[in-house]
Design a protein around this ligand. Structure first.
Ligand code: PAF
Length: 282
């Protein structure tokens, strides 16, 4: 695995790999876990070469979020990626991505604004901006993101459609389904913040979500099913439900009725010290 941290050698390295077939990009902020490795495996199955970016993007951290405390483990991450068969690691410094005088921001309205976007103003602008730059830097044929962060995926898809970055122009954006534990809880580095008792209790989240989806499919009013879902989470040990919404899967507009289009149930709730997010097709 080759590692590059400047744009010119990145372009040269990608151009050399492109002769051998499709290039897949897996954007990350490092501190890699099983979820990232699932994206890498999926990328390897779909492309001749996989490029992984590791960049802790300052623009997606809010004023009250500790950018300096974000884990940085480049050596360990690099070893994992080499073992996973990644061809190229793109690990630029912040000054390479945002040189002095940098002044451009990409803001995707609508889809960025509700759910997690309401609590983290500017966060999805930072994500859209850096992902747009990564697409231009690497020019991948495909890019893979976890469906676990459905809002992020929806923002990136909207940005790429709006800026003509999606296939057939540039990149095919692939959402990779959430990997779950045996009891249904979505895998997340945040699960590590849970005590044994909280971890056991947290399985109520996917269970209650499935029940709400089944109830809506059977004709229960969306507002009632969501109220029951929130009550089940609180009864099951979550102390706060930040939101639980049925949304249009693309625009993330809240739905008060199921309708015929594709819909997603999206939830964020807190248990112990962890804020867990999950989403399912509804
Ligand atoms: O999901 C992440 O790790 C980040 O938000 C991403 C997509 C790499 C952009 O910095």
């Amino acid at each position: 695995m080759q590692t590059v941290n400047r744009i010119v050698p990145l372009r040269d390295a990608v151009a050399a790999l492109r002769h051998e077939g499709k290039i897949a990009l897996v954007p990350t902020m490092g501190a890699l876990h099983e979820g990232h490795l699932t994206l890498v495996r999926e990328a390897r199955a779909r492309a001749a070469h996989v490029v992984v970016s590791i960049f802790v993007n300052p623009r997606q951290f809010g004023a009250n979020e500790d950018l300096d405390a974000y884990p940085r483990r480049l050596a360990a991450d690099s070893a994992l990626l080499a073992e996973a068969g990644v061809s190229l690691l793109w690990a630029p410094a912040a000054s390479e991505v945002y040189p002095a005088g940098y002044a451009t921001n990409i803001s995707v309205s609508g889809v960025s604004e509700g759910l997690c976007g309401a609590e983290r103003p500017g966060h999805f602008d930072g994500v859209a901006t850096v992902v747009c730059k990564l697409f231009h830097q690497v020019l991948p044929d495909i890019a893979l993101f976890g469906e676990k962060d459905w809002q992020q995926l929806a923002v990136i898809r909207r940005m790429a459609r709006d800026l003509d970055l999606m296939r057939p122009h540039v990149t095919d954006i692939i959402g990779v389904p959430t990997v779950r534990e045996a009891d249904g809880l979505a895998m997340s580095s945040r699960n590590a913040y849970l005590t044994t008792a909280e971890r056991a209790a947290a399985a109520v989240l996917p269970r209650a979500m499935k029940q709400a989806i089944a109830a809506i499919a059977q004709g229960r009013a969306v507002a009632d099913a969501l109220a029951e879902l929130k009550a089940a989470l609180v009864a099951g040990g979550f102390h706060t439900v930040d939101y639980a919404e049925l949304c249009d899967a693309d625009s993330l507009a809240p739905l008060s009725e199921r309708g015929s289009g594709s819909a997603r149930l999206i939830v964020a709730a807190r248990i112990g010290k962890a804020r867990l997010i999950d989403n399912m097709a509804a």
